[in-house]
Design a protein around this ligand. Structure first.
Ligand code: CU
Length: 283
């Protein structure tokens, strides 16, 4: 059996091994001994995963080729094997090749990379908006399109969390309908935080005094866990994010419940506060 076919057999069995691992890791949270990404739940994350896999193959191929060239040079041109060194100093063809090939490789990487960046940056026509606000140390969610209710989402302790995963469990969740383009407005009330959801390929800085915008369109229902991804203080590790993706009818029912349960954002208070701020600024 040739070396190549041995290597390709190894490749096939490795792929099968990782595929098994991925099938077992369908849950949308970190798994023990996880190697790859979480299973994608949005087109964005699918594209990120594909781009990562593509780069991994490209990098491996480059490393193998460079290693092969080095080994060849070491064997073929060492002092023993090559007692009369050649006096060659330039070779136009070789120089053109080692300039052009890296350029081609960079272009091949740049095209899908920019395509992915633009896909993420250009927010499609959103069907609904959720505002995620980072606080020290929990997240708050506001639903301006559904009656402007707002609520906080705090981590649950080991005693409280039930079946939910440790350090990711929350009391309330951001609930969104499946197959819906959701615009997320991300901001913070005190210090820098970051709103991140691995299965969605989502990560956006939460900056006090600034509204950042991102989006996602979840392709399947389920519970998804993420975490604040900006060092934001002593309890940075304890402000997880839980997103519940539900069927559209279920979402409508949840909205009705939530409207009753969570107090409306008091617009009157907010207007008084901003008037007071303007007064203070004038003085
Ligand atoms: Cu934070």
């Amino acid at each position: 059996m040739g070396l190549f076919s041995k290597l390709s057999k190894l490749g096939v069995s490795l792929t099968a091994f990782f595929a098994m691992g991925m099938a077992a890791a369908l849950a949308s949270q970190p798994e023990e001994w996880q190697i790859g990404f979480q299973e994608a739940a949005t087109e964005n994350m699918t594209m990120i995963t594909d781009f990562n896999d593509f780069l991994l193959i490209l990098m491996a191929a480059i490393s193998v080729i460079v290693l092969g060239l080095m080994l060849y040079v070491m064997v073929r041109f060492n002092a023993k094997a090559n007692p009369q060194p050649s006096k060659t100093t330039h070779n136009t063809l070789v120089e053109v090749i080692w300039t052009v090939v890296p350029i081609v490789i960079l272009v091949v990487i740049a095209i899908p990379s920019f395509r992915l960046l633009y896909f993420q940056r250009e927010i499609p026509q959103a069907e609904m908006t959720v505002k995620a606000v980072g606080y020290q140390w929990y997240w708050g969610y506001e639903y301006p399109d559904h009656g402007d209710f707002a609520f906080d989402s705090l981590m649950l302790s080991d005693e409280e969390r039930g079946d939910q995963p440790r350090l990711l469990a929350t009391d309330t969740a951001m609930v969104v309908p499946v197959d819906t383009t959701v615009r997320v407005i991300v901001t913070a009330a005190d210090v820098l935080h970051a709103f991140a959801m691995p299965a969605f390929g989502l990560k956006m800085d939460a900056v006090p005094g600034r509204l950042n915008e991102t989006w996602f369109k979840a392709e399947r229902t389920g519970t998804f866990y993420g975490q604040c991804s900006e060092l934001c203080g002593i309890r940075h590790a304890f402000m997880p994010i839980r997103i519940e993706v539900v069927e559209k009818a279920e979402f409508a029912a949840w909205v009705e419940e939530a409207k009753n349960e969570y107090a409306e954002i008091d617009n009157a208070d907010a207007m008084v506060a901003s008037a007071e701020l303007e007064d203070a600024a004038r003085q």
